[in-house]
Design a protein. Sequence first.
Length: 523
Amino acid sequence: MEHLSKPQQAHSALRPKSQPEYDSMGFNPMRLDWTSESPRSQIFYKGGHYMGEVPIWPDGSIDTTCNTFQNAKRLMEEVYVPTCKLVTWGDLKKSKKIDLNRFSLDYQASGYLKYVPDFHSTGGSMQREETTTGRKIGGKGEDRDEVGSTFYHGCKGHWLLHDVKENGLNQPIQGVIFKSHIDDEYNIHIHPGSVRQGVFGMVDDDDNELIIWDAYNAFDEIDPLPIEDWMKIFARPQFDGQIPTCMNLVYSYTHLEIQVSGAWKDEKEDMDVNWRAKVREFSKKVSKKFNGKPLNIYIGYDSRHEGIEDIQIESIKKSMTRSIKNEPAIRFVPEFKMLDISKIPEYTREYGNQSTEFTYSRFLIPYLENYEGFSMFIDNDFIWKRPLWEMFYFLHPDNAVACVQYEHELEKMSPTKMGGEKNVMYPKKLWSSFMIFNNSHEDCKKLTPDIINTESGEYLHQFKWTDKIDRIPDKYILTEGMSDDDKRHHAVHYTRGGPWIKGMDCSEIKHLELYNTFLDNDK
């Protein structure tokens, strides 16, 4: 096969020509013009053609003599599909050629959080859980089946994220690069695996792999894969070490897709045939934990700070509206609560060596929610540019809390924090600035008013009260004054303070343009 080394060569090689008959395939392949309009518009979202099976033997070798293999080889050698490359998530981040924000579950997570307090997934539809509130799914005339598919994909994303964290990515996701001829940017269309695409980006593991069909040679430093090397990737052991018995090939006009099936180990009929049942049982567990109570968000409140908590709430609302503008059926709107100690009579702890009025009271949230449902806590000095929905996914329903477990070196932090106060360093610094509580968890029930009023800051902020902690990657939060300025992020955390602190010199504070945007709107 002639490997294409330049984008222009790829373009010319893939221009339409007279097309030979492929009788053995049962269809004629199509040469796309990658130099003009988007190839996606040329194929009109056709479903593709099933090409057949390629057997896989118990030792992981593949049958290169079968018709399906030979037909796929012809398509690759005669350049009916682009060159195939194996790239990693680390390669994607390093290249900066692809919009990585597309590797998320923002859209699905919204519908998921809206309905999971009362429903669990049964596949393409939804089933009501027995809850104490008996909330209805929506307004008059709203049919729950209209959102069933989105809800299912949200449930699948939550389960899949934890399965990938535990078992790894069984096989690469697969995609084809498209190029916008308007703004000269690249995008990747992933299929099969739109939910896996989101999980792929959320896990943020540089070693996770992606098959890319690269007509534009966007990844020119990576060599194309010969057909056997490409197929052998899918013949590797997966699902608890099982080797599949065959791979099914689909020709999708722009690329080839592989789906594996069967398993040689234990002579199972199919590989992990119960994964849909696993999604259903996982969503049932989450729904029962919600018990009809919608997710709420507590914002830290300090009477000395001038309205920063209101600006944060406005930024959260705007980010949610911007993400899903015209689809109220799946738009999740959380309940916001101010964590104001003047309104919590149970909180009697004397003000001591602490940064804010909510330094310790944040750990009262499970108690304030009667140890039911799920709640988020956010320091008051966050401003959001993208939704926080998908961050909920990192909390497993069997664990007590999820938080951003910062992995930076402490010496990178400023020696001072808001208002010029000394920045005391300690293990798990900043972990408690953003937390998602599983309020009914037995460890969260340890957080009683008596404990919050008397226990040490070390016990509370260093999570001595639980070892059931899930990690939210710190890629979601840009910590002002510490993170790289070009870091992709959903929110900025102004740990050094800002204009909301009276008399503070803010000349060295970065990223205040985001804060000022919402300040102007507020006025």
